[in-house]
Design a protein around this ligand. Structure first.
Ligand code: PEP
Ligand code: MG
Length: 581
């Protein structure tokens, strides 16, 4: 039966494909008795599941080792897979449950769970940290066998091998770490029950250029494996098992959407200048060096935000200085002389390191970003040294996230000076005049801007967090997502005032939050005096098209009216008028 669900469209476009339910399998399994005459069959079922997991891991291991030659990220995952492959051969996991099935006359899942619970209990007394960490691996291997037994999907990447381009992922929730793994598997779309518009999960969906919807609440429950699904990321609608007529209509819409995208492609080489000759810079936001292709295809004139924390995710160790240096150097060289703004580690809140590593809190108000880096000077120093060393290979700049006080600015600058001194002593070369900027994403920073203007070479407004912190709305919480409002007068006044003050002080200022890539807001930001936008490459040409069709002198009046408006409906109306000019 066909039905429709509504959620938050966080990445536009239309996808039509088959649902793949992403199950983060658990060891919460049923327990039932097996009649004696079926015990042998149950043991065979268990053996088949182990065999399937063995084959899956083997294939994954080979695939990842090949991919490792292309990016370092896959190498770390490959190391995991190897450990899992070894654990699978442990008799406690792959052999002893067979005896348990026979002895207890129980189902295979239950036998496995009992044996693995015993095994996990033994880890409680283990002192060695490395061995203690293996507890998670044991659980994951067991979960994988449970998945194989129940015929359900496993963890994200390995289930996407075939027909990925026809796959609509349906998950209860996806972490940014999960989504980053999709980069290697061009799925058609994803939909989740939880999530907010500017959660990092949503941001990554936009960077993949695929339609995505979050906050659907019951999608994981209602959609069945392999069911035909239409995802309209622009309208925030999901249609499950559509009627023929609806399907035909959406195929047409999808075709038009693809044509539009192709048409935009022709703007790639054009310089970005308004109708009245004002030059605008459009830069790209990236998460990994492998995003450079998308940057080139978008025609961006540099990288305005490299979210370096993604180099630190989906792994059990921290990238050392050389590994980071290679990643930053690859981006710097790949961009030739174009600028790349590397943001120092912004971990904490919804972006976390592996739990085995000491990490910042999960609260957006906690030990996040620069606060975390200043609390972990060794880790910060390693990253700064790597960025500085890479600065010889291009136009590399440093961006510090989440600054709120002058003490933090001073300490961050001191840490950079210290890293420079160390490199000098060691005779290692770097750009001594590297530009250092700060993100303006905490209201305190926007309000007390002069102290930032005095000490930093450039500013970048992180509207995602600026909105979150100004309106006290957790950007990942779908229950308050409707209150997350970029057009709130408080937000608009903060952004306009930062741009105005920076322009007056002649300190370069950019916007790198999601507002920069929202074409509905392009003219408004131009009206505030913004001339430097940084966004996901997937949005760039649409924004460019809008800039090319704008005359800055014509928009001033309506922008001023929007700034005077205190009524959300009137603001929307004025914005529509602005975009219709
Ligand atoms: C922002 O906060 O607007 C920003 C660009 O940084 P992030 O989304 O990574 O927090
Ligand atoms: Mg931020």
């Amino acid at each position: 039966m066909s039905f429709t669900m509504h959620g938050l469209g966080v990445s536009g476009g239309i996808a039509i494909g088959h649902a793949h339910l992403v199950t983060l399998a658990s060891l919460e399994v049923d327990h039932y008795s097996i009649p004696v005459e079926f015990v042998a069959k149950e043991i065979k079922r268990f053996d088949r599941a182990v065999k399937l997991v063995r084959a899956e891991l083997d294939e994954l291991e080979v695939g990842l080792k090949t991919a490792h030659k292309l990016d370092t990220h896959s190498g770390d995952i490959a190391a995991f897979v190897t450990i899992h492959r070894m654990l699978l051969e442990d008799p406690a996991i792959s052999v002893e449950p067979r005896a348990m099935i026979e002895r207890e006359n129980c189902n295979a899942e239950w036998a496995l769970k009992l044996r693995v619970d015993e095994l996990l209990a033994q880890f409680a007394d283990v002192q060695d940290e490395y061995l203690r960490e293996r507890k998670t691996d044991v659980r994951q291997v067991a979960e994988r066998i449970v998945s194989a037994l129940t015929g359900q999907g496993g963890a994200v990447p390995e289930k996407l091998r075939e027909r990925a381009e026809d796959t609509i992922l349906v998950a209860h929730d996806l972490s940014p770490a999960d989504v980053i793994l999709f980069k290697d598997h061009q799925v058609a779309a994803f939909i989740t029950d939880l999530g907010g518009r500017t959660s990092h999960t949503a941001i990554l969906a936009r960077s993949l250029g695929i339609p995505a919807l979050v906050a659907l609440h019951t999608a994981r429950e209602l959609v069945r494996e392999d069911e035909l699904v239409i995802v309209d990321g622009t309208q925030g609608v999901v249609i499950v098992a559509p009627e023929e007529t609806v399907l035909a209509e959406y195929r047409l819409k999808q075709h038009q959407w693809k044509l539009e995208k192709q048409k935009l492609g022709r703007l790639k080489a054009a310089t970005t200048t308004t109708l009245d000759g004002v030059k605008v810079e459009l830069h790209a936001n990236i998460e990994l060096p492998s995003d450079l292709d998308a940057v080139r295809q978008s025609g961006a004139t540099g990288v305005g935000l490299f979210r370096s924390e993604f180099l630190f995710m989906n792994r059990r160790d921290l990238p050392d200085e050389d590994e980071q240096f290679e990643a930053y150097k690859a981006v710097a060289e790949g961009l030739k002389a174009m600028p790349v703004v590397i943001r120092t580690l912004d971990i904490g809140a919804d972006k976390s390191l592996d739990p085995a590593l000491a990490t910042g809190g999960h609260s957006a108000l906690g030990l996040r970003a620069i606060r975390y880096c200043l609390a972990e000077p060794q880790l910060f120093n390693t990253q700064l040294r790597a960025i500085l060393r890479a600065s010889r290979y291009g136009d590399v700049r440093i961006l510090i996230p989440m600054l709120a006080s002058s003490v933090e600015i001073r300490q961050a600058l001191l840490a950079i000076d210290m890293a420079k001194e160390q490199l000098k002593v060691e005779g290692k070369k770097f750009n001594d005049n590297i530009l250092v900027g700060g993100m303006i994403e905490v209201p305190a920073a926007a309000i007390a801007l002069p102290m930032f203007l005095a000490k930093l070479d450039f500013l970048s407004i992180g509207t995602n967090d600026l909105i979150q912190y100004t309106l006290a709305i957790d950007r990942t919480d779908d229950t308050v997502a409707h209150l997350y409002d970029p057009l709130h007068p408080a937000v608009l006044h903060l952004i306009a005032s930062v741009i105005e003050q920076a322009n007056l002080a002649k300190v370069p200022v950019a916007v790198c939050g999601e507002m920069a890539g929202d074409v509905v807001l392009t003219r408004l930001l131009l009206g505030f005096g913004l001339r430097d936008f940084s966004m996901h490459p997937a949005n760039l040409l649409l924004v460019k098209q809008r800039v090319l069709m704008t005359s800055v002198s014509q928009i001033a009046e309506l922008v001023a009216a929007i700034m005077r408006s205190c009524d959300p409906e009137q603001t929307r109306e004025l914005l529509d008028q602005l975009n219709a000019l």
